[in-house]
Write a protein that binds this ligand. Structure first.
Ligand code: 5GP
Length: 189
């Protein structure tokens, strides 16, 4: 997605440990126009699937997920990182975060993902694929079906795609980062 790639090159910043900072337009301050274009692109890429629900993880996945859900006219549900006391029928799993170097729990109510659901998962980043694996675990526990996973940015060198494709998951990423060494962002053409 040309617009996104140009914006990453213009405003993205490289950090130690292969981390890309995009918090001026994606995951702190957000650019709604860019986010709408991201939603349009996800709709185009997943138009041929039988998706009936969008799923994401709080917080950074919510903006692209809600745009995609709005454009597809489908409900959007997000896994939470803290289980509220009021949640009924909670299902949970543990995810390891390489960026934060810690484990955390993700929780969702099986009131909102059911065996009737064909889920499209949307998130901001695909890195090692651990968050996505956690989501697959929740979807399995709920007896729902995963139709695909869409990421705004994939860091190819962290190999999350290989892990997910080995499980038969359809992956679409709107910008693929080949390398972040020497403070240079190299994006796949
Ligand atoms: P994974 O589980 O695939 O290793 O990482 C996915 C999650 O980690 C994403 O949801 C995102 O929140 C965070 N993440 C991974 N890499 C980066 C990065 O380079 N920059 C930012 N801002 N977040 C990242």
């Amino acid at each position: 997605m040309k617009l996104l790639k140009e914006r990453i090159l213009q405003d993205g910043k490289c950090f130690e440990g292969g981390i890309l900072k995009v918090d001026s337009f994606i995951n702190h301050q957000m650019d709604p126009r860019l986010m709408k274009s991201i939603g349009v692109e996800f709709v185009r890429r997943f138009a041929s699937t039988n998706v009936n629900k969008i799923m994401t993880i709080e917080a950074s996945g919510i903006a692209p997920a809600i745009m995609t859900g709005y454009l597809m006219d489908l409900p959007v549900v997000f896994a939470k990182k803290k289980s509220p006391k009021t949640m009924t029928n909670a299902i949970s799993t543990i995810v390891h975060s390489f960026t934060k170097d810690r484990d955390y729990e993700i929780v969702i109510s099986s009131d909102y993902i059911t065996p009737a659901d064909n889920i499209l998962f949307i998130d901001d980043f695909l890195a090692y694929g651990n968050a996505a694996l956690g989501v697959i675990n929740l979807i399995d526990q709920a007896g729902a079906n995963l139709v695909g996973m869409g990421f705004i940015i994939e860091k190819e060198f962290q190999n999350g795609r290989i892990l997910l494709e080995s499980k038969g998951v359809k992956i679409e990423s709107l910008a693929i980062i080949e390398c972040l060494s020497h403070r240079q962002i190299k994006i796949k053409e």
